[in-house]
Design a protein around this ligand. Structure first.
Ligand SMILES: Cc1cc2nc3c(=O)[nH]c(=O)nc-3n(C[C@H](O)[C@H](O)[C@H](O)COP(=O)(O)OP(=O)(O)OC[C@H]3O[C@@H](n4cnc5c(N)ncnc54)[C@H](O)[C@@H]3O)c2cc1C
Length: 397
């Protein structure tokens, strides 16, 4: 009998599979896509995400992750630079997700690529999935980790902010612009949205942006119009993209993201990552939430505890952060509030530290997931707090 079925081989799915397989459980993961594949994501790895990945045995340095030590916020002609309150890294999702699935396989999980799950249902003895080719596979426990995509019968409510469209495209920047961007994540504000630009491995940069649907409609519903409008409104971003070459013809896109959503009841399954909570993207903490949920779920499952207990605990861990980030995100896409926020940051740069602290998985929650951690005895590294071998050292700025 399979112990755990994991639907979705993104960060949360691959991480929980690694924890459970390393503890000797029989785990099967279904991932609908081939690997490597890219995803809509800012690709910013917070300190907590780096720590969790290190625990799982992922060497971010050897994958080519680049250090990020400061943030620049550009609102029209005003640019403010501040040190990040923690060391961070940046790495493409294509590379990161592939490495995590390889890690799950090495730990003993069976990973099926190109395998779409159609339905996941509870049964008297556990759960079962029906695959696209009509095969049915049963297990004792189900882990739902399909990220932004809702499985039939498990649709998430709309969240608190759901009118944003997301786009992501990699660029090869002009040499002088790549040099100017080095070590920074840059946030450019524009009417109805914000765009993040950060360096990633291979000398490329990732442009990831969110725009209100009504603004996108107003400018004619095309990516080219949107990019032109953003470049016109944000001289800073425009300068960065001068002479840049897009790495693909079209950006990846995403709609109906339920920002602010937090799941409180499990209904017999462990809901992980974006299926458990969706924090607005500017926080750069969605990946650490996914990894935290995986570590906590594995811990609860290995201790024989009910998924409902896990889901309630996870909601308690994340509620304040997700709600605070969502209210802030609602301000970030409205022009008067953009001005107010950037003005406040200029007057009191420590606001960035406060905001960063209030939009991350709290330390007490991380510490609890570490204590009696799922992975401890079984080949997954013990969490070493707080140093991260693959992260840069303390900030010099
Ligand atoms: C615009 C934007 C920018 C972001 N920027 C950042 C950032 O800079 N830093 C950060 O930390 N977070 C960021 N995030 C959040 C982060 O991307 C997510 O929180 C994180 O990817 C969630 O991980 P996950 O494992 O839950 O889902 P995912 O990583 O999305 O993985 C889900 C997997 O499930 C698979 N799947 C889906 N349906 C099925 C099915 N039916 N059968 C089989 N497989 C299936 C998918 O193919 C996918 O591989 C951003 C999000 C957005 C939208």
């Amino acid at each position: 009998m399979i112990d755990a079925l994991v639907v979705g081989g993104g960060l949360a799915g691959a991480a929980v599979a690694t924890h459970l397989a390393a503890a000797g459980r029989k785990v099967v993961v279904f991932e609908r896509r081939h690997v490597p594949h890219d995803k809509v994501c800012g690709e910013f790895l917070s300190h907590e995400a780096c720590t969790y990945l290190d625990t799982l045995g992922i060497n971010l340095g050897s994958l080519g992750a680049v250090p990020i030590s400061a943030v620049r916020i550009a609102n029209r002609n005003t640019v403010t630079t501040m040190a990040l309150p923690f060391p961070a890294l940046s790495l493409s999702r294509g590379r990161l997700d592939e490495a995590l699935l390889q890690r799950a396989t090495a730990a003993g999980a069976t990973v099926h690529h190109n395998t779409q799950v159609q339905t996941l249902t509870r049964t008297n003895s556990g759960c079962q999935v029906r695959l696209a080719d009509d095969r049915v596979i049963s297990a004792q426990t189900g882990f739902l980790a399909t990220g932004k995509h809702d499985l039939r019968g498990w649709k998430r409510p709309a969240g608190l902010q759901n009118d944003l469209l997301a786009f992501k495209l990699h660029f090869q920047l002009d040499t002088s612009q790549a040099k100017a961007l080095k070590g920074h994540v840059e946030l450019g504000l524009f009417t109805g949205g914000y765009a993040g630009l950060s360096p990633i491995e291979g000398g490329r940069a990732n442009l990831c942006l969110l725009v209100r649907r009504k603004r996108f409609t107003k400018i004619g519903h095309t990516w080219d119009n949107l990019l032109a409008a953003i470049r016109e409104e944000s001289p800073h971003l425009n300068e960065r993209l001068n002479g840049a070459t897009a790495c693909s013809d079209r950006p990846l896109a995403l709609a109906r993201i339920p920002y602010g959503y937090i799941r409180r009841r499990a209904h017999g399954l462990f809901h992980l990552g974006d299926q458990a909570a969706v924090i607005p993207s500017f926080s750069g903490d969605g990946m650490s939430i996914a990894l935290h949920s995986a570590a906590l779920a594995a811990k609860y499952h290995l201790a024989g505890r009910d998924p409902n207990h896990f889901q309630r605990q996870l909601a308690r861990d994340l509620k304040a952060q997700v709600l605070f980030a969502t209210y802030l995100s609602q301000g970030l896409v409205r022009h008067p509030l953009q001005r107010l926020l950037t003005g406040l940051i200029r007057i009191a740069p420590t606001l960035i530290t406060t905001t960063a602290a209030r939009t991350r998985v709290p330390n007490w929650a991380l510490a609890r997931a570490r204590k009696r951690g799922a992975s401890l005895a079984c080949g997954v590294k013990k969490v070493r707090s707080p140093s991260v071998s693959s992260c840069p050292g303390p900030l010099a700025v």
